[in-house]
Design a protein. Structure first.
Length: 202
């Protein structure tokens, strides 16, 4: 882009043909984060500290403020992206595909469709198959995880306490629930598994 302070919303890079953007590449991008620490940052200084401390990726979020929580400032994301050698992730509101277009045009490596921000569309998540970038989504159970994967998410994280209290009880409960549901499916007979897959219980 000619102007570093400008963001092009509707360019050929924002929305791509899914055939040129295989899901396997997105999954490979997600695999790169396995076993590493992803650190949430709100400034360039924090991002540099995270990289020097050994983070495998930083996730840029908007500093806490009054009003509606939304995607971080694009100029901050570009500043961090230029200064770091590790992947950069940024948050977008659930269902807000324009925020996702902006983040993709900036060149982030991952987009977190985050329920921690204000929700733009509570009924419809972003169609992540329309994007070149890898998406991360949260879930509270296996059904939510599978729906996010069907929409194109390559990486699933378990949701925790959205109030920012630091209480991990809800996260632990959701992890146990997802893992328990996976164990149940693993032990099912094929015929029952087929019925379960076609039922509305997930």
């Amino acid at each position: 882009m000619a102007d570093d302070n400008a963001v092009t919303l509707y360019s050929n890079a924002a929305i791509t043909d899914a055939k040129k953007n295989p899901f396997s590449i997105k999954v490979a991008m997600a695999q790169m984060l396995r076993g590493g620490a992803i650190v949430e940052v709100t400034s360039l200084d924090q991002a540099k500290i995270a990289e020097s401390a050994g983070a495998c990726c930083v996730i840029v979020s908007d500093p806490p403020r009054a009003g509606i929580s939304r995607m971080p400032d694009p100029s901050l994301i570009k500043e961090i992206k230029q200064a770091l050698s590790i992947p950069v992730m940024a948050k977008a509101r659930v269902g807000h595909f324009v925020e996702a277009q902006i983040l993709e045009s900036i060149g982030v490596d991952y987009i977190d469709e985050s329920e921690a921000l204000a929700i733009a569309d509570e009924s419809h998540f972003i169609n992540k198959h329309n994007f070149r970038v890898t998406f991360v989504c949260g879930c509270r159970d296996l059904g939510e995880a599978l729906r996010r994967v069907r929409e194109g998410a390559a990486l699933i994280r378990t949701q925790g306490d959205l109030k920012g209290s630091g209480n991990v009880m809800e996260t632990v409960r959701n992890v146990r629930k997802v893992m328990g549901e996976i164990r149940v499916l693993n032990n099912m007979e094929e015929m029952i598994l087929h019925f379960q897959a076609n039922s509305s219980t997930l």
